[in-house]
Design a protein around this ligand. Structure first.
Ligand code: NAP
Length: 248
């Protein structure tokens, strides 16, 4: 049985890394997938084709998650193409790490804009549709760093902690309309980006994790399948850590 058969999902930042992993697993589970990218046009088109071969509807949209207007336009376009939106996954995110002493205002604002304001933009944009449908599942991508904090990532940790407060508030506001809002907090996930790092350093990180390995985009995607599907119909306002026990 496919867990997301016939559901329409929007995933922000689907062109690479975790977002691409979610898009793939969602398509395998029968969901129609609308996903966004910021600049990776070729990768986005390639993924659109790959997903379409699975017999579902897939479409890539160029949209800056930090822009309120672009989020409004995106949702209008997705509604035209897909008719309804059952699941929203706010995954787009960036880092601009530095010790606070050296962190510029520009880098603080960029991280808050793309990681946190984007969540506000997208939830505002889909809210009316989900209210009318009287159903919807919103999944916001935080991080264990948003729970614990991390030296050199004050901007990123603030954005990811903000996502948790925002999501819990939305869960309280929209629960009576059967709209659920949950958070996934990944630990260390291995992507193309981490493949470029020094193997010894990365292995040190792996050994510090109780399950003795980094996570994969598929691990995060599986949690998103659960939270997007009817299997989690009585779950809202929660933070699901997918971190191999890293933060326990
Ligand atoms: P990634 O490989 O860098 O991919 C980021 C994705 O977001 C790309 O598709 C990118 O599009 C998109 N994006 C960036 N800025 C955007 C914008 N302004 N508007 C729309 N899309 C934008 O990142 P990742 O590692 O997969 O991370 C995905 C999410 O998981 C992020 O929220 C991150 O904070 C969170 N997370 C990751 C880890 C980890 O270990 N990797 C751990 C905890 C949490 P382009 O390709 O066009 O640039």
């Amino acid at each position: 049985m496919k867990l997301l058969e016939g559901k329409n999902a929007i995933i922000t930042g689907g062109s690479r890394g975790i977002g691409r992993g979610i898009a793939r697993v969602y398509a395998e589970q029968g969901a129609n997938v609308a996903f966004t990218y910021s600049s990776s046009e070729a990768a986005a088109k390639e993924l659109e084709e790959e997903l379409s071969k699975l017999g579902i509807k897939a479409k890539a949209y160029k949209s800056n998650a930090a822009s309120y207007e672009e989020a409004q336009d995106l949702v209008a376009n997705v509604l035209e193409d897909f008719d309804s939106i059952d699941i929203l996954i706010n995954n787009a995110g960036i880092t601009k790490d530095n010790l606070l002493m050296r962190m510029s205002e520009e880098d603080f604002d960029a991280v808050i804009g793309i990681n946190l304001k984007s969540v506000y933009n997208m939830v505002k944009a889909v809210q009316r549709t989900m209210l009318k449908q009287r159903s919807g599942s919103i999944i916001n991508m935080s991080s264990v760093v948003g729970i614990k904090g991390n030296a050199g990532q004050a901007n990123y940790a603030a954005s990811k902690a903000g996502i948790i407060g925002f999501s819990k508030s939305v869960a309280l506001e929209l629960g009576s309309r059967n709209i659920r809002s949950n958070v996934v907090a990944p630990g260390f996930i291995e992507t193309e980006m981490t493949a470029k790092l020094d193997e010894k350093t990365v292995d040190g990180w792996r050994q510090a994790i109780p399950l003795k390995r980094g996570g994969t985009p598929q691990d995060i995607a599986n949690a998103c399948v659960f939270l997007g599907s009817d299997m989690s119909n009585y779950i809202t306002g929660q933070v699901l850590q997918v971190d191999g026990g890293m933060l326990t």
